[in-house]
Design a protein around this ligand. Structure first.
Ligand code: ZN
Length: 162
């Protein structure tokens, strides 16, 4: 039968369609993995942003990735609403990857998201300057906002904390 580690390992290759360099592991979306002695795998995932319509796509990709592991007889992917996913669950590796792509990682989510919290200065991922301003609260994806750095002139995206 497959090990839990093997399942988690294969999930590192299942990526978010909007952020294809981040896996469901990077995003902290996988809440639980259970493997029965018969090789049945039960994966519990937390949905990320309500506005990101990628859930079915992700479920299917998780299922097909795990299904290909040797010894797996069945895969069940459950979407749990028992807990709320938060950007706080993103791994350090995920934050690093966001920065490398020129996207400012989310700051710690404290329970509310309003435009005033998005207007707080955040360091530019290119030069580190805090002289940045919010251009549009809605970036190309609902999950992201657009900023401009007044020092180096770069525009960049920021992952909204939720
Ligand atoms: Zn800058």
């Amino acid at each position: 039968m497959p090990t839990q580690e093997a399942v988690l390992d294969v999930l590192k290759h299942v990526t978010d369609p909007e952020l294809p360099f981040l896996s469901v592991i990077d995003l902290g979306m996988i809440e639980q993995v259970e493997v029965s002695p018969e090789g049945k795998v039960h994966v519990v995932m937390l949905p990320t942003f309500a506005g990101c319509p990628a859930l079915e796509w992700l479920k299917e990709n998780i299922r097909s990735a795990v299904e290909n592991l040797p010894g797996v007889s069945a895969v069940e992917v459950e979407v749990s609403l028992a807990k709320t996913w938060s950007t706080n669950r993103m791994t350090e590796a995920a934050r690093q990857k966001l920065k490398e792509k020129g996207i400012a990682p989310p700051h710690t989510y404290t329970g509310t998201l309003d435009v005033s919290s998005l207007q707080k200065p955040i360091p530019c991922p290119y030069c580190g300057s805090e002289n940045t301003e919010l251009r549009s609260p809605f970036g190309p994806a609902l999950c992201r906002a657009f900023y401009r750095c007044n020092d180096c002139g770069q525009t960049f995206e920021r992952f909204k904390p939720v």
